[in-house]
Each structure stands twice: as C-alpha cells, then as structure tokens.
Design a protein around this ligand. Structure first.
Ligand SMILES: [Mn+2]
Length: 307
C-alpha cells in the first residue's frame, strides 16, 4: 500500500491538566520549534498549522472523587474534539500536539464519530509506556492522562465517556497497545478483563518489532481509519528524556523508526496524537526533535531508497 496523499492540519492543545507534573502544556511550541510543520511540507505534504485550541488554566488541585481537574479536562477535550471533527469533515488529517495524553479522549472521540458517520472501520495504535486504562476507583493519582483508553472504552465519568455522543466511543477490540511496560496492579486486572491487545516490551524483546507491527497492523484494509496515539514516553528515557512519566526499558531509536516506517508501509495514519512532550524536563528540545524525526518516518521518510 502506498501512503495516502491526504492534506494535514496540525493544531496544539497546550495543557497539562491531566498530568502529574507540569510542563506538557509547552509541548506544542516545542514541536513547532523543532520544525514539525516544515518537515511535513518538505516531504511534499499539504500541511498547515491551525494554531492552538483554547481551554482553562491548570488549577493544580488534589483529586475530587478520584479525578484531578475533571471540569478542565472535559473543557480541553471538547475543544480538541471540535477542531479534530471539523478537520476530518473537511477531508484533512488532524495532527494534535499535546498537551498530556488525556486529550486523546477528544481526538479519538472525534475520529470514532467520523468513522461511524462514514462507515469506516477503526484501528487505534496506542504507543505508550502505560496502558492508560485506569479508572477513578483504582487510580493511584487521579491524573486523567492515565485513564483515556478506559474512558474511550466506556469506563469513566459520563462527561468523557459520552463526549462525542452516546458512548462508549470505541471497543477494546479496536485498540493495539505497543511498548507497554508500566501497568498498575489493579489496572492489570481491568486490562485483562476487557481483552486489550497489548504488545508489551517483553513481547517486543522476544519476537522483535517487525513481527509486533505485522500483528498490530494485520487486517487493515482500504476502509480502515488508522489512528496513531503517540505518547513519547514509549521511547526509552535515554533518547527521550523530555516527558513527565519516564519508565526505563523503552523503545530504542531503531525500534521506534521501524515501527513508524512499518505504519507508513501499511498506508500511513489517518489521524495522529503527539503527546506528553515536556520541555521543562527535556535537554535542548531533544525529545521534540526526535518526535519530529519519527513523524517524518510515519509520513514515509526511510533511510534507503526502496522503490
Ligand atoms: Mn499515555
């Protein structure tokens, strides 16, 4: 399959209301400074920067009923969903720059609704160190960036579960999680109960990224919308220090490149989240620059001329 020649709309959601450390709110600017839009244009992509969506400031409060900043999280996700929906309806690929990972509720709710309206199948690749399948009852922190997959699958507060219309937005069978290596004890049980398809680091070690991606991409067809939710904490902290929830033992540079190249070989993504870049923890914007490098591969840049 060759890459879809679709136009791209990049937009930022500069907030860290769902995170446990401040700073992901600076992610969109860091990615712009690293040259994300210019890199896409250089690849011949019709890419435009729509600027940032707006939302409430981070009140930095303790959890209430198991959630931190739920009202603010909902407001930001509504804004993300509205802009992502408008871009999808206009036939453009939304690329959402976070911000923390709670924002994937809004972007994927928009994608799921679009798929229902257009009769498309949906596949979500969740690239992350964490399963992000916590709920208010089991969360150790109340940070909603640990809950978006659960919310999208129907486990969460009504305001998020039904964000894009009567929920749940997606089913666990539509999700493939890659790079997982930190799952809370009770979250593990929940993930098993709901049958999430997880390619954890041990599995990647054992069979290699090539086989992992062949399995995760199996069954895609021309009528499948592929959404990639890329949390930069999936990368090893040695190459991507600028993120709030670093976990040792992540993807190395070649594994990450191969993952992106194989997504491109399968036709590329139809929508993308690029989240959890935290410049306050980074070294000279290294993590944002690496993220841009990997996004270029996702859009078909490969090391060798192969065709
Ligand atoms: Mn995440």
């Amino acid at each position: 399959m060759s890459l879809k020649p679709q136009p791209v709309s990049v937009f930022g959601a500069p907030t860290d209301v769902g995170a446990g450390r401040r700073g992901a709110s600076m992610g969109p600017e860091a990615l712009r400074v690293a040259g994300l839009v210019e890199a896409l244009v250089r690849r011949g992509v019709d890419a435009v920067d729509r600027g940032d969506v707006a939302g409430p400031r981070n009140p930095w409060q303790k959890p209430v009923d198991g959630y931190r900043h739920l009202d603010e999280v909902v407001a930001w996700n509504r804004a993300v969903m509205a802009l992502a929906s408008a871009e999808l309806e206009a036939g453009r690929m939304p690329v959402m720059l976070g911000g923390d990972h709670c924002l994937a509720v809004g972007s994927i709710a928009a994608v799921a609704r679009h798929c229902r309206a257009t009769g498309k199948r949906l596949r979500v690749l969740w690239l992350d160190a964490h399963a992000d399948f916590n709920t208010s009852a089991i969360t150790p922190s109340g940070n909603v960036h640990g809950m978006p997959v659960a919310c999208l699958c129907g486990l969460g507060p009504d305001a998020l579960v039904h964000l894009g219309g009567p929920g749940p937005a997606i089913s666990p069978s539509e999700v493939r999680q890659i790079g997982i290596r930190s799952v809370d004890a009770q979250e593990k049980r929940l993930v098993r109960e709901h049958g999430l398809d997880i390619y954890d680091m041990r599995y990647i070690d054992e069979v290699g990224m090539k086989q992992v991606m062949e399995e995760a991409l199996a069954g895609l067809d021309a009528n499948t919308h592929l959404h990639v939710s890329f949390d930069v904490d999936v990368l090893d902290p040695a190459i991507a220090p600028g993120t709030g929830t670093r976990v040792p033992g992540g993807l190395d540079y070649r594994e990450a490149q191969l993952m992106m190249e194989m997504i491109a070989d399968a036709g590329g993504a139809d929508s993308l989240d690029l989240v959890e870049v935290n410049p306050a923890l980074d070294k000279r914007n290294r993590t944002a620059r690496l993220a841009v490098d990997l996004v270029e591969s996702l859009f078909g840049k490969s090391t060798l001329m192969r065709d």
